[in-house]
Design a protein around this ligand. Structure first.
Ligand code: UT7
Length: 326
């Protein structure tokens, strides 16, 4: 059985936080953020908005495009590092919000690669005949685990969600392959020290020592990201006997414009084939690729038959790729 994305959706908070507003909060400048990252603004969830809020909204839009009813979904896979709660899974809450009563639902933790890891699991379930329709979601509210006093990280991240309906198809087009990888040797270069079993919550640890918040060795992560995303992209192309010149649209994880440019250069991909929207949203972790895919899809930047390459990298480290013939 082949596998196809039949609907995409995304949902973002209404509130925009610009670089100019960040200049008022911390010692930074629009010029530094723009030249070092490419980010101009990001979306920030309001009180009363949760990861499940955006995940369900993105899922609803993807289902509408695919013309699939919630009860026809067999599985909901939700990549996130900012779930509503440690448990139950946010996927179960989304199942409830959507009325996807026949779906098995669970979260998966692969940081910024969460959507690609979910797509890979969906692909295997559908190819094996164990499921027909799977809703894959990447959703984050990173603003709630960002240290707003740390200029090294707080300028980077934003909130939002993206989703895709993945279905069994008899067409030869569709999802051609997925490749997912991990490098646990580097887990401590990008992580959230508090709130887990290693540093259980106390006022001192969680708040005073700021263990609740994202910690990142930016320079090291940057170098690993370029190498790993190149490796994942080449794995996708090689396994389909394709070259980078066959790719119509490259949709990389949106973390830093300089990372995207470096990978595009290594793959010899011209700028017009590289989708970039991080100036609007910053790094939305697992949501970045499905938001970008939805924007590219809805704006007509992907035509039937186009070869689309998705490429991710995140904490863990995790990285991966998916190659599609649209
Ligand atoms: O999604 C998962 C993957 N995550 C990533 O891919 C993130 C990867 N890393 C990065 O994107 C970059 O490393 C950063 C954007 C985080 C940092 O850029 P950089 O070019 O690596 O800067 P740096 O950390 O080497 O810092 C350069 C200077 C430092 O000052 P000194 O020590 O040279 O005086 C920093 O203190 O820039 C300073 N700096 C800032 N200045 C103004 C760091 N953050 C800021 C800031 N505003 N926000």
């Amino acid at each position: 059985m082949n596998v196809r994305i039949t609907g995409t959706g995304s949902a973002l908070p209404g509130k925009i936080l610009t670089n100019a507003e960040l200049e008022q909060l911390i010692d930074t400048s629009d010029d530094w953020i723009t030249t070092r990252t490419g980010i101009k603004e990001r979306r920030i969830a309001a009180d009363g908005e949760y990861t499940s809020t955006f995940a369900a909204a993105a899922g609803r839009k993807a289902l509408a495009m695919a013309e699939v009813k919630p009860e026809e979904i067999d599985m909901i896979l939700l990549g996130t590092v900012t779930p509503d709660f440690p448990f139950p899974s946010t996927a179960c809450i989304v199942q409830d919000l959507l009325g996807a009563t026949n779906a098995t639902a669970f979260d998966l933790s692969a940081a910024c690669s969460g959507f690609i890891f979910g797509l890979s699991i969906a692909e295997k379930y559908i190819r094996s005949g164990s499921a027909r329709r799977i809703l894959v979601i990447g959703a984050e509210i990173l603003s709630r685990i960002v240290d707003w006093t740390d200029r090294n990280t707080c300028i980077l991240f934003g909130d939002g969600a993206g989703a895709a309906v993945v279905e069994a198809t008899c067409d030869s087009d569709g999802l051609l392959s997925t490749h997912i990888f991990s490098n646990g040797n580097c887990w401590n270069l990008l992580f959230q020290p508090g709130s887990g079993s290693r540093n259980p919550a106390t006022a001192q640890r969680t708040i005073d020592e700021r263990l609740l918040y994202i910690r990142m060795e930016g320079n090291e992560v940057f170098k690993h990201a370029v190498r790993a995303m190149e490796e994942a992209a080449i794995a996708a192309l090689d396994s389909n006997s394709m070259k980078a010149s066959d790719v119509s649209l490259f949709i990389p994880h949106q973390a830093n414009r300089r990372i995207i440019d470096a990978i595009a250069k290594r793959l010899c991909l011209p700028a017009e084939k590289v989708f970039v929207n991080l100036h609007n949203y910053g790094n939305t972790s697992s949501a970045s690729i499905p938001i970008a895919l939805d924007e590219a899809n809805r704006s007509g930047q992907i035509a039937k038959g186009n070869i689309v390459l998705l490429d991710s990298f995140g904490g863990g480290f995790t990285y991966g790729s998916a190659l599609l013939r649209w």
